[in-house]
Design a protein around this ligand. Structure first.
Ligand SMILES: *[C@@H]1O[C@H](CO)[C@@H](O)[C@H](O)[C@H]1NC(C)=O
Length: 217
């Protein structure tokens, strides 16, 4: 037991030092930019309005042309429970330093954003998202309508809500693997939906490893 703990401690120590060493070079590892994704989301809404299926196809087709080896064209929708909120996601890209998904629900949800090791850009494709971060004098919600981007900075935390149907293109850049704990916690302590957990792991793992094999960290 003591040996196992020592081993786990050593691995954690190594990973943490590796993270600190790579930190200054993170920028060079990214293939997507917030600017490109904001523009693409806004173009897609201009072209297809509230036909969200067409908006999503427009975005994915465009990204596949620009980044042919790093985009998952299979629309594999999977339930996602995290921070008390429930919705579904389609994983477009997953690697060690970035993920890009369509996340949303047709009936609304509410929860905790999670405190993450990555910056999160939430491009509202349909509907509206509300957010709240407590502070002196803050009594009104942040409102993110269709076409806007909610940037949740690395380390920040908020309460969020989608009152009705709402779908977004969510882009995270930073350290993705630690975020997976947040993505899995609700399965173990609430839903016990292991088939969904398995599918999430298979698709995320397949995309991350597929990207790694092509040199995309
Ligand atoms: C989508 O539908 C909402 C609600 O009906 C409307 O307010 C909004 O303007 C529509 N958006 C577009 C881009 O057509």
């Amino acid at each position: 037991m003591a040996r196992l703990l020592l081993f786990l401690g050593a691995i954690l120590g190594l990973l943490t030092s590796a993270m600190y060493m790579v930190e200054p070079y993170l920028e060079q590892l990214y293939i997507f930019t917030p600017r490109e994704l904001a523009q693409l989301s806004s173009d897609a809404i201009s072209a297809h309005g509230n036909d969200t299926a067409a908006v999503v196809s427009y975005i994915v087709d465009n990204l596949a042309k620009k980044h042919p080896d790093h985009v998952n064209l299979e629309e594999e929708w999977i339930f996602n429970n995290a921070g008390g909120a429930m919705g579904a996601m389609y994983i477009i890209h997953a690697s060690i330093t970035e993920y890009l998904i369509v996340f949303g629900t047709a009936i609304g949800t509410e929860g905790h954003t999670g405190r993450h090791t990555a910056d999160d850009y939430f491009h509202i494709l349909k509907g509206e998202q509300l957010a709240y971060a407590p502070g002196k004098g803050v009594y009104a919600p942040e409102v993110y309508p269709q076409g806007s981007v909610h940037h949740l900075r690395r380390g920040d935390v908020k309460q969020y809500k989608m009152d009705k149907d709402c779908f977004a293109l969510e882009y995270a850049r930073g350290w993705i693997p630690p975020m997976l704990f947040f993505g899995y916690a609700d399965t173990f302590f609430s839903t016990l939906d292991f088939p969904t957990l398995w599918r999430t792991t298979v698709v995320t793992g397949r995309e991350m490893i597929g990207n790694l094999l092509q040199g995309k960290v």
